[in-house]
Design a protein around this ligand. Sequence first.
Ligand SMILES: [Zn+2]
Ligand SMILES: [Zn+2]
Length: 178
Amino acid sequence: MKVLQLLPIGGPHEPMLDWLRSELSEAFHIRCEILSPPLRPEFAFHSERGQYHSSELLGRMQQYANWKTWRVLGVTPVDLYIPILTFVFGEAQMGGKCSVVSYARLRQEFYGMPADVNLLARRLLIESIHELGHTLELHHCDDYRCVMSSSHAVEWIDLKEQTFCTECAAKARALAQK
Ligand SMILES: [Zn+2]
Ligand SMILES: [Zn+2]
């Protein structure tokens, strides 16, 4: 049976990652493990933007995929971007093995508000499922409650549920065996 592998990128091995591991295991009905040691993200840092290029991280993550890999999901506290956008919450290889999520902008503190661990965890789970959905070849969904709807602000993430809509779920089921 294949395994969903969580790769910590930068930062310590946090309890949140353990929680995410069990939630994703349940959501995708798959064994999920945390890879060690964490990947150091410095090579993808661009000082002119003060951010990390997510596509470069995805490129490096390829080497972690092996015979037992279902998907590799990178989880990082560093802020990510792709050149055409000011930031991204995450990036995925459409129909590929690798995806990455950042929780830099999922923290309430980023917006000058008090920390909220439960809200952060919920957002991280939603965005993780979203990116994994892209690796299952799912595109963005028009249903704002669906985990596959696109979000460029945390307020939009908070409108989403932690699951695929019926239509996306059916597509995901068909593609999950790949
Ligand atoms: Zn997306
Ligand atoms: Zn949907």
